[in-house]
Design a protein around this ligand. Sequence first.
Ligand code: TSB
Ligand code: ZN
Length: 585
Amino acid sequence: MINIKENEKLSIMNHSCAHLLAQAVKHLYPEAKFWVGPVVEEGFYYDIDLNGKTLTEEDIPAIEHEMKKIAKDGKRIVRHELSKDEALEMFKEDMYKLDLISRMDENDTVISCYTQGDFTDLCRGPHVETVKELKNFKLLKISGAYWKGDAKNHMLQRIYGICFETSEELEAHLQELEEAKDRDHRKIGKNLDIFMTHDLVGKGMPLWLPNGAIVRKELENYIYEKERKLDYKHVYTPCVGTVDLYKTSGHWDHYKENMFPKMQVDDEEFVLRPMNCPHHMLVYANDLHSYRDLPIRIGEFAADFRYEASGAVKGLERVRCMCQNDAHLFVRPDQIGEEFKKVVALILDVYKDFGIKDYKFRLSLRDPEDKEKYFDDDNMWNEAENKLREVLNEFGLEYFEAIGEAAFYGPKLDVEVKPAVGPEVTLSTCQLDFLLPRRFELTYVDNEGKKLTPVVIHRAILGTFDRFTAFILEETKGLLPLWLSPIQINIIPVNNEYHLEYAENLFNKLKDLGIRVELDDRNEKLGYKMRESVMKKIPYSIIIGNKEVESNTVSYRKCMSDETTNISKEDFINKITEEIKNKAN
Ligand code: TSB
Ligand code: ZN
């Protein structure tokens, strides 16, 4: 999908369209005050204060109508430059613009505003020449947004829109948006009963329904088997830790804004953990280790809690309570390269199994200026960052670098994927860490009996089961591979009177084999049941009629296919069990 921000011409148009939107809103709601109206990947938005009024989607047509009227009128868009004092005077009634102006440095910023007809807005520009050019736009959505993105501030109304040069481009884009909505895992997740949310449980806290729980369990089994073969040792540890634990790790100083507040229990102070690393450091420290024992790989499917902004939480993709496919690898310095490579190889292996092709490797580095967020040790950072680059180059992997995206304890290699709707997210991650082993005073004994400090690699292959499930639902549009499908087979007898017994026998046989099978014995028409089977994205539907009963066969149809195949019952059972065992895509 097009990225408006990266297209210069469209970026200017969309910005001008944000002004057009503001002007129309001002006409319809004279009390409106305007905060900022930037261009974003998806188009533009404007944050507006309507004096407590909340807009809904139903208000959109009237605003669009007014925008069209103004565009038709065709006023020129004129730029004026002014001094800071003049700007302060001009916007003296407007607390939002005053806030923006007061933060501008008059020496190195030219303050400018743009006027079109009866509307003037503070703006850096540039803009299109006349509002006439802004014909092909659409307002997409209205939502609440805290002023300055801070939940402590009051709520503004955020209106999103998009603008193109031609109506054809706009239509094609709207069509694409519609299709993306159908692929959105929130919609699929609801239709297939994967998960639900409830206000009483809380924001960003999805509940996995039976179908979702099956998918998650299968994913756990799948990755557990891979890790077991690679000599990972799995543990269970509590999803809380004391504040002191997180002070020792450094999370308390560098990660606090992502954590839930602490709670007091008797004389202990606890936090819900945002990460499992500290627990795993202690598991490592529970034993003495020789240089010959390393690498030691401690894995856990671990619940973590993070404070994510309420506007950012999204279905299963960005939650406040998540379960990581986590592991911490304790290695000697001479093993970093080899172990890191094994992790990358595992990521590639898993992506191949799932047929995931559209992703990017990102090398996330620290921002050396940000002393608050990152542990301050230049040597450590340089060493770790160079080490990662070295391995990436050796592997011949294409990647891009992102400053300021590292974890507080070290640089990382992330895999970025694009959801159906919204910005890119990280799926897998592999992080190098020289810090935590030092803070927990971890050691191993070398061949001369000397105590040395191991290096830690943090890694999550599926990321979290939450985000991975969201992603895979979108990748497959809900039609999961057979081994992962909550319901694998739907048996439909044509007529209950004659075919039910045979269907029940088959049902029991498949169920005994551990296959997730359903029997649709409702008194409904075959066509109706078949359509429902497709809607539920069940990989195989089996039709049992006279022919099948008489010849001891089954007729099966794959989801989304018109073709029906008739084979013997035994052949079908063999085919299905093989397909599940091979995890065929
Ligand atoms: C890999 N300590 C490391 C761990 O050892 C860690 O926590 N890394 S992380 O912060 O990058 O998180 C691991 C993975 O969790 C990410 O790669 C991402 O896929 C997933 N994740 C992060 N935040 C969320 C969230 N809010 N909702 C769902 N998944 C998330
Ligand atoms: Zn970790």
